[in-house]
Design a protein around this ligand. Sequence first.
Ligand code: NDP
Ligand code: 2IT
Length: 449
Amino acid sequence: MAINNEYLKNVYAGLCQRNPGEKEFLQAVEEVLTSLEPIVERRPDIVKHKIIDRIVEPERIIIFRVSWTDDQGNIQVNRGYRVQYNSAIGPYKGGIRLHPSVNLSIMKFLGFEQIFKNSLTGLPMGGGKGGSDFDPKGKSDAEIMRFCQAFMSELYRHIGADTDVPAGDIGTGAREIGYMFGMYRKLRNEFTGVLTGKKVGAGGSLARTEATGYGLCYFTNEMLKAAEDSFEGKTVVISGSGNVATYANQKATQLGGKVVAMSDSSGYIYDPNGIDYRVIKQIKEVNRARIHTYLDYVPTATFTPGCKGIWTVPCDIALPCATQNEIDEESANALIANGVKYVAEGANMPCTLEATKAFQTAGIPFGPAKAANAGGVATSGLEMSQNSQRLNWTFEEVDAKLQQIMKNIYAAAADAAAQVDMPGNLVVGANIAGFLKVADAMIWQGDAF
Ligand code: NDP
Ligand code: 2IT
């Protein structure tokens, strides 16, 4: 992929100069700017108002020290981040990632993607992301709690139900959100929808836990329907075994697919009879153990160490649900050689630019993350609505809204792609559809920021 338009090329060159070495961030921007070429050529007001120069620059970045005490009484120091990227269409909204790999480039790529994803949901949410290089692996529950409390003891002054609403991401689930919410409530003396992904019964929404994985399958189902196809009888490979992967397995199975492989950062499990999501839930949510322990429950499964091997397993549908850049060109080519028919991204930016290109060149329908995994943040938006109304909707109500939102996102991306004469290119379509709403809001609100 290369940017040809002069205006976009100049903005991107300036960005590379100002952000040297931020490879994930520059990768995410390159993909979006490449997609926006047909729009910039048709909309001179976007150039006049310098919308692209402005949208690539975060409105605010907060970096802070997080100091906490481990079980041995040693003081530990981590770095905390919140990137408040764009609030033109609503309060900043996006998850908190706790993983040792977290750095500014990763926070900015995730925040940037979130702007367009949140816009695509049709709900009034701006884009943001946060996190820390804290490693939750091997920490006791008490250590997790002290870290989350220390993290929130700084973050609380920058967020609020109408300002910035964080949620979960890698390493942050309902347990961590609970500890963070408790600290926020104590410091501010208020019970509001300042975080989403809360436990049901303590301000959370039914179906938020399942939403990203379910939404991914609802979106994939739209891709299948467009090709007059269905999940029925399809072999599915899902990387990861966390929140997104687990519920993608449940929904793909419910829709008639068979999930034959799943993974974590240590390796992958394979079972031609299908992998039971309830066992994955037990291992990951309850035992907090490694994926090879699946074999203790289901002896017909096999375990292979290493992250990349999962993409050599033949499948009809590949759903990468672990982390960024987990599918490179080599893995994409392996999937294609083994006959993959559909690819949809559950994780954020799991395919490199080269891998995405390989799928598209091979004519394989490809669902990009900011459309395909938007069901999580969409349901966070529904949690915010319930918190504001001080009401709780039923599982069925939330799930029905989620299904409709995923259908709308698919239609918006497909329509936008068709309008610029690139039918079927959901990458271009999602980027354009997500971008236009934010760009119009920025123009309407004036040039002062
Ligand atoms: P979890 O922490 O629940 O699970 C993450 C999974 O991915 C684990 O199996 C983990 O393995 C694996 N993983 C993480 N980092 C790496 C790595 N560097 N290499 C190999 N495997 C890795 O996170 P989620 O399921 O919430 O998130 C997964 C992806 O989905 C992320 O990209 C996230 O940004 C995205 N996403 C999440 C949403 C949500 O609502 N939670 C919404 C939209 C997108 P291990 O345990 O061994 O580290
Ligand atoms: O990447 C994402 O969309 C998320 N981690 C979910 C964000 C949210 O606010 O629910």
